[in-house]
Design a protein around this ligand. Structure first.
Ligand SMILES: C[S@@+](CC[C@H](N)C(=O)[O-])C[C@H]1O[C@@H](n2cnc3c(N)ncnc32)[C@H](O)[C@@H]1O
Length: 354
C-alpha cells in the first residue's frame, strides 16, 4: 500500500508542487515526489528522529525540522501545499508527547491549496479508529476514500481533497493505480512460482480459494461459546456506552472483578474495585450487537479484521494472560500516576504505542 500511495501522490507532482510528508529512513515518499519532478527544496519532511531529518537535509529538503508533527507544523514558513502526506503509524488520539492529530489535520487543511491532495494514515488496531479519524476531517476538506489495509499491522488511509469537485476523478485515479500495482505484484509472484516450479520440476499446486473469512468466523463462533470470561482473560467491557479494555482479575459466579487498563476509562482501578455483573458475550463483527452495560467481548475481537493478514495477527494473540504477565501489568498500572497515560493492553501485545 505504501508503494500505491506514494505512486498515487507522485501522479499529482508538478515542477511547482509544494509538499509536506511524514517520511521514514528510506525517504520513500519524498524521493518518489522528486523522481516525479518536484524540487527537493519544496518538500518538507516531518519526523521526530534527528537522523532521518539529517538525511532529508542531505537530500535537499532543507526546510525539514526534527520533532513531533504537532510541534513542528506551527514553526514552518507560511505557504500553501499541494500535497500533504501525514503517514502516522499510531492511533487517532491525542498523546502525552504533544501529538494531536486533529490539530495537524486542521493546520494542514488551512494550508492545502485548492484541489490539493492530503493523505492521512493511522493504525487500526483498536476500536472505532476509522470513525475517530473521519470525525477529525474539517469541513473545508472532502473525504475521497478511506482504505483499510495491512502492512506490518492493520492500518487505514484517508484520501482528502480541498474543493471537492474532483473527488470522483481522484478516487478513480487511486483505484486504477491500486489495481495496477496489485496486478503487477500478482504477475511477479506468479512468475516467481513458475520459475521455482521449473527449477524443482514439480506439478503446479492447485490454487485453493481463500477462505480466511470462514476461518475467522469459525474462530469467533468458538469464542462465543464461552459464556463468561475466565481469570486473566483479556476483555473489553461495555460500560457507559463505550468499550473499556481490562483484565479479569477474579471470578465470583456471574460477576467479575476487572483491572481496567484503559486511560480513557471513567472507572480506573481503585475506584471500581468491586465486582461487576457480566452478561452477554458480544460478537463485535455483528452490526446489531448489543451495546448495553455489562456485555463483554475478547479484547482482540475489537480490532477490525478486513484481510487474512489481520486474521492471522489476531489469531496469534492469547485469550488469557499468564499470571506473571498479569502481575507485571497490574504493578505498572498501580504505579502509574493518575492522569498519566495508563499502560493499555496493547503494550502487553507488544504493540508500539507511537
Ligand atoms: C509510516 S513511516 C513513514 C513512511 C513513508 N511515508 C513511506 O511511505 O515510506 C512514519 C515515520 O514518521 C515517524 N512519525 C510518525 N508519526 C509522527 C509524528 N506525528 N510526528 C513526527 N514523526 C512521526 C515515525 O517514527 C516513522 O519514522
Amino acid at each position: 500500500m505504501k508503494q500505491t500511495i506514494n505512486t498515487f501522490l507522485g501522479t499529482y507532482a508538478k515542477p511547482t508542487t509544494k509538499a509536506l510528508v511524514i517520511d521514514a529512513e528510506t525517504l520513500l515518499s519524498s524521493s518518489t515526489l522528486v523522481s516525479c519532478g518536484v524540487d527537493p527544496l519544496n518538500i518538507v519532511v516531518l519526523n521526530d528522529d534527528t537522523t532521518i531529518i539529517e538525511k532529508a537535509h542531505r537530500a535537499g529538503h532543507l526546510k525539514s525540522t526534527t520533532g513531533i508533527s504537532s510541534a513542528v507544523l506551527p514553526s514552518l514558513e507560511v505557504e500553501q501545499y499541494d500535497i500533504v502526506y501525514l503517514d502516522y503509524c499510531g492511533f487517532p488520539d491525542v498523546r502525552s508527547d504533544g501529538f494531536n492529530p486533529a490539530y495537524d489535520i486542521l493546520w494542514c487543511a488551512d494550508r492545502l491549496a485548492d484541489d490539493g491532495i492530503m493523505v492521512v494514515t493511522f493504525s487500526r488496531r483498536a476500536t472505532n479508529c476509522v470513525e475517530k479519524a473521519e470525525t477529525m476531517i474539517p469541513v473545508s476538506l472532502e473525504l475521497v476514500k478511506t482504505i483499510c489495509y495491512s502492512e506490518t499491522c492493520a492500518m487505514f488511509a484517508m484520501i482528502l481533497t480541498k474543493g471537492g469537485s474532483n473527488s470522483r476523478a481522484i478516487r478513480d485515479r487511486f483505484n486504477r493505480i491500486k489495481l495496477d500495482v496489485h496486478k503487477r505484484k500478482r504477475e511477479e509472484d506468479d512468475e516467481a512460482v513458475n520459475t521455482l516450479l521449473l527449477l524443482t520440476e514439480q506439478p503446479a499446486p492447485k490454487k485453493r480459494k481463500s477462505s480466511w473469512k470462514d476461518t475467522y468466523d469459525q474462530l469467533v463462533k468458538e469464542r462465543m461459546k464461552h459464556a463468561y470470561p475466565e481469570k486473566y482473560s483479556l476483555i473489553a467491557y461495555y460500560w457507559n456506552g463505550r468499550l473499556s479494555p481490562g483484565i479479569v482479575e477474579r471470578k465470583s459466579g456471574k460477576r467479575r472483578r476487572v483491572l481496567w487498563v484503559d486511560h480513557e476509562s471513567p472507572l480506573d482501578y481503585g475506584v471500581a474495585d468491586g465486582y461487576f455483573p457480566f452478561e452477554k458475550h458480544i460478537d463485535i463483527t455483528d452490526p446489531d450487537h448489543d451495546k448495553s452495560d455489562y456485555n463483554w467481548t475478547y479484547y482482540y475481537d475489537t480490532f477490525e479484521v478486513v484481510s487474512e493478514a489481520d486474521m492471522l495477527e489476531i489469531k496469534n494473540l492469547p485469550i488469557q494472560m499468564q499470571r506473571e504477565h498479569y502481575l507485571q501489568v497490574k504493578q505498572r498500572i498501580q504505579s502509574a500516576e493518575r492522569k498519566k497515560e495508563y499502560p493499555v493492553l496493547a503494550s502487553y501485545f507488544g504493540v508500539k504505542l507511537a
